[in-house]
Design a protein around this ligand. Sequence first.
Ligand code: ZN
Length: 50
Amino acid sequence: MHWHENASPEELRAASHVVDHNAAEITCPACGMIFATGPKECPDCGLGLG
Ligand SMILES: [Zn+2]
């Protein structure tokens, strides 16, 4: 899945706002991948979360 090919810059900004950086885990707003905080981008689809 290549999120960036289908998402507008506005959508990418909106997605970044739903990420809770204080949570122990992050659910990727793009693909639903759940992963521990630390990486600044989704390990599955590569969405930047920083
Ligand atoms: Zn993702």
